[in-house]
Design a protein around this ligand. Structure first.
Ligand code: NAP
Length: 493
């Protein structure tokens, strides 16, 4: 779906900067329009990709289907070897990949490098775990029967990913799916597809057979419909908004296509009166302001015990005032641009609403270019005090560098506030009390809890949400399970 900023389509782009994707090991069909990918910080064109539709989607599935048999028959060791080679190639080219990522997505170069390493970690981890897929042998209730339970790949899987982590969202799906013997068709987001194209090119370079990985770009709605209308696609793994997730659930009903949905969050962060405030402040700042607050697990709603409110706010404000806003390729920058005009508008609307209803802007809150030559798509890191539950910023994900703080008096009240919204992706709490840490972990209705910690996404952990934040898990052994079918075979003996 278009993000509201308008698609920039072109029939004759700068040929030297066109990235064609990959279908069946060859460049994807580019007969038609091309989509211009722009640097959100400068509006300069970074490259062009084909604007395909249903025909490209079908061609990708044709290629993935043709490759599915041989790939499934290849041993786990062969698959693991290729995944490890792709990981190594990504790490070798970290700088080049990170520059593409920063230019199309905006995050500071140091963060982009970190994302490449994080993305590669899923390939390494799945390479190992893919060699440990096991079945079971069961005694049956009849003496002359035995049961063998097999776990087999699904066949062709589809993946649709968002723009905020253009490398990691790709490998977090691709790595487990391929490791256990599936082939893949993939559509990255229109704002930041070039990193995915570069990863696909590296996959070809390290020797992935044609058709195992197919990447196309274009009309998301048409591509999604084509994949969910094709019975050969056995699973769709989606990361993005709850709104599009709902649409995909409806469309998956045709063939009852299996779905994994990693959707929006609106993470609460609780600071109890017995918290180590230095730890809480450090963790809050790093989790909130990376990627300019455009992260689905960003703490957005901070609930602080009234007795530590002033100390917490002073320290957070001091930390925020040290953050530098600017162009992601410039040295020393911590906060880059928002992805597009619609994202900037959402931040503006949330800030206006908060101010109007009595929130206090402790620091930040300025929108616009931080220096000449940059687009106006920037927001200074913002600390809002005296926020109330009815403000927009407290109810919906802002997806920008805005930290909104409310106070509480009791543990029960904090938990009720945290659980009060229909989202359940990640939640965080800070306390030195062991019993409280356990009680609160159990009571938070979220797929992930960070206790005295805000780094919750790693290759080993299960990533995913409850309620409107989606279905299924990525990462760890759970991520591989999502791409396996369980088959029970009963033997008469
Ligand atoms: P979005 O609009 O849902 O887009 C995500 C992907 O879905 C893009 O590739 C987009 O393609 C595609 N898409 C859009 N409309 C579609 C349709 N009708 N059929 C099939 N695919 C369609 O999400 P966004 O606003 O860009 O991304 C931000 C959201 O993602 C936030 O809510 C965030 O919390 C969530 N997110 C969740 C996680 C997680 O793991 N839970 C991680 C990151 C982000 P085009 O770009 O081509 O339109």
């Amino acid at each position: 779906m278009s993000d509201g900023s308008g698609l920039l389509l072109d029939r004759s782009p700068d040929a030297a900067r066109v990235s064609l994707g990959l279908v069946g090991g060859a460049p994807a069909d580019a007969d038609g329009d091309y989509l211009r990918v722009s640097d959100p910080a400068t509006d300069e064109p970074v490259g062009w990709v084909p604007y395909g539709g249903a025909a490209q989607a079908r061609a990708a599935v044709d290629a993935a289907s043709a490759a599915a048999g041989p790939w499934r028959a290849a041993t786990p060791d062969v698959r693991a070897n290729l995944l490890r080679k792709l990981s190594a190639a990504m790490l070798d080219r970290t700088d080049a990949l990170a520059r593409v990522l920063t230019r199309e997505q905006g995050k500071p170069l140091a963060e982009a490098r970190g994302e490449i390493a994080y993305a590669a970690s899923f390939l390494d981890w799945s390479a190992e775990e893919g060699r440990r897929v096991t079945g079971e042998y069961l005694e049956a209730s009849g003496a002359n029967r035995r049961i063998v339970v097999m776990r087999q790949p699904l066949g062709v899987i589809a993946a649709i990913t968002p723009w905020n982590f253009p490398a990691a969202m790709i490998t977090r799906k691709l790595a487990p799916a391929l490791a256990v013997g599936n082939t893949a068709v993939l559509k990255p987001a229109e704002q930041a597809p070039l990193t995915a194209m570069a990863i696909a090119a590296l996959a070809t370079e390290v020797g992935f057979p044609p058709g195992v990985i197919n990447v196309i770009t274009g009309d998301a709605d048409a591509i999604g419909r084509a994949w969910l209308g094709d019975a050969r696609v056995r699973k769709l793994s989606f990361t993005g908004s709850t709104e599009v997730g709902r649409l995909l659930v409806e469309r998956a009903s045709t063939h009852l296509t299996r779905l994994s949905l990693e959707l929006g969050g609106h993470a609460p962060l609780l600071v109890f009166d017995d918290a180590d405030l230095d730890v809480a402040v450090r963790a809050t700042l790093s989790a909130k302001f990376r990627n300019a607050g455009q992260t689905c697990v960003c703490p957005n709603r901070v609930y602080v015990h009234a007795s530590v409110h002033d100390a917490f706010m002073d320290r957070v404000q001091a930390g925020i005032d040290r953050l530098v806003v600017g162009y992601g390729l410039d040295a020393g920058v911590h906060i880059g641009p928002l992805i597009d005009d619609a994202a900037l508008d959402k931040v503006r609307v949330h800030l206006d609403d908060a101010r109007e209803h009595g929130a206090i802007v402790r620091t930040g809150g300025r929108l616009g270019a931080p220096r000449a030559g940059l687009s106006p798509r920037f927001c200074t890191p913002t600390l809002l005090d005296a926020v109330t539950a009815s403000m927009q910023v407290a109810r919906e994900e802002t997806f920008g560098p805005v930290l909104a703080v409310q106070t509480f008096e009791t543990e029960a009240e904090a938990i009720a506030l945290a659980n009060s919204l229909p989202y359940g992706l990640a939640a965080y709490a800070f306390t030195r009390g062991l019993a409280r840490a356990l009680r609160v972990s159990e009571a938070l209705d979220f797929g992930m809890v960070g206790m005295n910690e805000t780094t919750v996404s790693t290759a080993q952990a299960a990533f995913g949400g409850t309620k409107l934040s989606g279905w299924g898990r990525e990462g760890g052994k759970w991520g591989l399970e999502e791409f396996l079918e369980v088959k029970s075979v009963t033997f008469g003996v």
